[in-house]
Design a protein around this ligand. Structure first.
Ligand SMILES: [Zn+2]
Length: 144
């Protein structure tokens, strides 16, 4: 008997042989304990499982364990909406700085102006004053 499990390391689906106790993910090498793993589909026919697996466009959707996260079509719009819901002014600034800087750790004045044209100036001033960001170069803000 074979089954499909989701790798607990990288989340990708794979077919396992249920007669063996353990196997390693070919993608991330994380070992799975077959007795403990949640088996999503069982079949004596390995080919059938592979077909089912490869035909998946979205493994998450197929296994419908958790509803797919609502997709924000525009991350900038998502940020603006999120900011509207934060009432604490300091937390609001910190959140904006965090999202705008992302992984690169800095953002540009124009990026905030594009999002919140009315408030950008005041927000940047407050961010600098509160030590959330500093301005290493004019118009460029580095998160602290
Ligand atoms: Zn994996």
């Amino acid at each position: 008997m074979y089954g499909i499990i989701l790798c607990s390391g990288c989340g990708s689906p794979r077919v396992i042989d249920l007669s063996s106790a353990r196997s390693k993910c070919p993608r991330c090498a994380k070992a799975a304990d077959h007795h403990r793993a949640k088996v999503h589909m069982r079949s004596p026919d390995q080919g059938e499982l592979r077909d089912a697996m490869w035909s998946l466009h979205s493994p998450k959707g197929f296994f419908d364990e958790e509803p797919p996260a609502p997709k924000e079509t525009d991350p900038r719009q998502a940020l603006v909406r999120r900011l509207e819901s934060i009432s604490d002014p300091e937390e609001r600034l910190a959140h904006a700085a965090r999202v705008l800087s992302g992984e690169k750790g800095h953002f540009l004045r124009e990026e905030l102006e594009e999002l919140l044209p009315e408030e950008a100036e005041a927000m940047l001033k407050a961010m600098v004053e509160q030590g959330i960001v500093y301005e290493p170069r004019p118009g460029r803000y580095q998160r602290i």
